[in-house]
Write a new protein. Sequence first.
Length: 350
Amino acid sequence: MLWHAIAPARRYTKASHDVVRHPRLCSDAKILLLYVQGLPDERTHLALSEHAQKIGVKGRAYQKAKEQLVMHGFVHERRVSGERGLWVTHQLFSNVPLSDADALAVWREVGVGAGASPSAHSPTVGEPGPRTVGRQLPVEEEREKSSSRPPTEAPAESVTLEALPPQEAEAERVLLSLRHVSRELHLGVLEARGLVAQAVEWLRRGVSVGELRRVLSSDLPEGGVRSAVGFLGHRLMQKMPEAPQGQRRAPVAPAAVEEEAPPPVPPYVAPLVTCQGPGTEHVFRSMAGETECPDCQQAAAWARWAERRAADLGVDLAEEAAAAVEAGRSPDGWRARLAAAAASGASGGQ
């Protein structure tokens, strides 16, 4: 980015970097602040809204800019009783943030709201009339009826709030921070505690803190918010995002009457049976009344298949088994088993 600037020799306004780079002031608020700061003395009697109209800041944009300036201490307003009992609103504009105490000191210094003394007013028109007899209430009765002091109330008990878990405390901070976005969304601590449960559910469903603040503070009604608690509670409920697939909870069934569970049934264990197949004597568990173990059954099936295959090819299995023994191979191999099965089949056939 290239930067080129020429310092003006006249007709300029000094602006602090704290104002130009203020992170919570919109552009309209900054322009209005700089415009009013550079006004001559003879034009400072106009209201802030009239100055805003001259630079094109009107309607909702002006209301938003003024709210930010008031919120951050650049604009202060005070209503005082003027002449003839009329109320007058005085505006105090500053290019640096002022607290309420600082603004009150400035007003007292210039004499705003002091009012004129009774002797300075013009005398009342007309002659004083005679006193009306029988129209005035007794002293005790009049004090009882028109006393300006409210009845004495018992001091309210201080409410001690419990500390919240981290996620609920974060949701409470979001709700309380809405007052900085819009004065209409100002919540008390107890009011925010009543909405914490709904706000936490938003965070549990994957909504970030910034997104939650944006949803709650954007698109406010044109007529203003009458009740911050009711408005935020309705928006939290109506705009609740959908829960992720893994976080959906199954409906809770009504509690059933507890019944005594039956004793567990022991698993079935098949008995040990001696295998009737060839080879070394061994046992196995017969599940359905088998007489041979699975290995012997598989060897017998291979033997029957080999016998049929040898008959088709004209091969003598006994000779193959003898050749295997002469070659030094184990007689317990499949060839020996096939030869034994073929020999037992031949003897059974005779």
